[in-house]
Design a protein around this ligand. Structure first.
Ligand SMILES: Cc1ncc(COP(=O)(O)O)c(C=O)c1O
Length: 325
């Protein structure tokens, strides 16, 4: 018997022709800070990095609790397996939410329990709870997370792209997953890290399961520059620009009769006047993320893009409207 593989669906590039204007990715269109980019380009590819990544771990937190990962996606897989080995049997995932949490659990035969709000989380067996704060694809945030009787991992992939409001208090004792490549506009670099609340069984399994040299030389360079003042200043500027672009793009879509949900981030859920807009925009070199795989048929996720992309979107939408008239 052959099993059909469980495959994720994502925004960003696929195997089709490159989109001239990509509204489907959540990554910042403003690119990395120049000093960080220079460090990535100068990364020494001629030798292995320190397999223990000790200097990096000390730099970003407590060396004994930082777990380097080859990006958030690899961290999600490895932490789910570590949670299973440490006795967790069910996995609670935000719905709508990033699809990899459920896929990682399903691939291991764990029960998947979707939740729409924190009050829905009611484990019946030792559980892993994923929190995505702020959440992909909604950009939504919870005011304050309650304490949960579970292993809790907070995916903070979009915290640096939070354009409004403050990060809420997280449940005590939660793990955190940090993957800054999206905010830095460097998603081709596969690097991130998790921070454990304690060096417990999950921590030890997750560390033991890491392939040797899980982080590339470029990954080490990116993460080494991530906490610097220069990078953090650059990001603050990025957020200011993205706020303006978000407001302009929301106004454009509202004028063309798109429904739009509130969001705290540079991406949000929107519903075009008709369900066939995603493929018709694609024909015109514009990509939006069809939200059907999030359980939201008819909706798309869009991200704030620069003025030239916005103009191209407006023109394409007017053309489509003209065809339908
Ligand atoms: C919520 C969330 N977490 C994690 C990831 C994975 O990011 P990466 O593996 O590039 O660090 C993504 C990517 O889209 C995401 O949306």
């Amino acid at each position: 018997m052959t099993l059909s593989p469980l495959l994720p669906e994502h925004g960003g590039p696929d195997d089709g022709p490159a989109a001239a204007f990509d509204f489907s990715t959540n990554a910042s269109p403003l690119g990395p800070p120049p000093a960080l980019l220079a460090a990535v380009q100068a990364a020494d590819r001629s030798r292995y990095p320190d397999p223990g990544y000790r200097a990096l771990r000390r730099l970003v937190g407590d060396e004994a609790l930082v777990l380097p990962t080859a990006g958030g996606a690899e961290g999600i897989r490895r932490l789910t397996l570590a949670a299973m080995l440490a006795g967790r049997r069910e996995v609670w995932v935000p719905q709508p939410g990033f699809g990899d949490y459920a896929l990682a659990a399903r691939a291991l035969g764990l029960a998947v329990k979707p939740y729409a709000a924190p009050a829905d989380i009611a484990p019946e067996a030792p559980a892993l709870v994923w929190i995505c704060e702020p959440c992909n694809p909604t950009g939504a945030s919870v005011e304050a997370w309650p304490a949960l009787d579970a292993l809790v991992i907070v995916d903070r992939a979009y915290e640096p792209l939070r354009l409004q409001g403050d990060a809420p208090a997280l449940p005590p004792g939660a793990w955190q997953l940090v993957c800054p490549n999206k905010a830095l506009g460097l998603t081709g670099i596969r690097a991130g890290y998790a921070v454990a609340p304690a060096a417990d069984a999950v921590w030890s399994h997750a560390l033991s399961l890491a392939p040797s040299w899980v982080l590339s030389a470029e990954g080490v360079a990116m993460l080494t520059h991530w906490p610097s003042d220069d990078t953090q200043r650059w990001l603050a500027g990025t957020r200011a620009t993205l706020r303006d672009w978000t407001a302009a793009q929301r106004a454009l879509l509202a004028d063309l009769d798109w429904a739009q949900l509130p969001s705290n981030t540079n991406f949000w859920l929107a519903r075009p006047p008709r369900a066939d807009y995603a493929p018709r925009l694609r024909e015109r070199g514009i990509r939006v993320r069809d939200a059907a795989s999030f359980g939201l048929p008819g909706w798309v996720r869009v991200s704030a893009q620069p003025p030239a992309a916005r103009q191209a979107l407006q023109q394409a939408l007017l053309e489509i409207e003209g065809e339908d008239a």
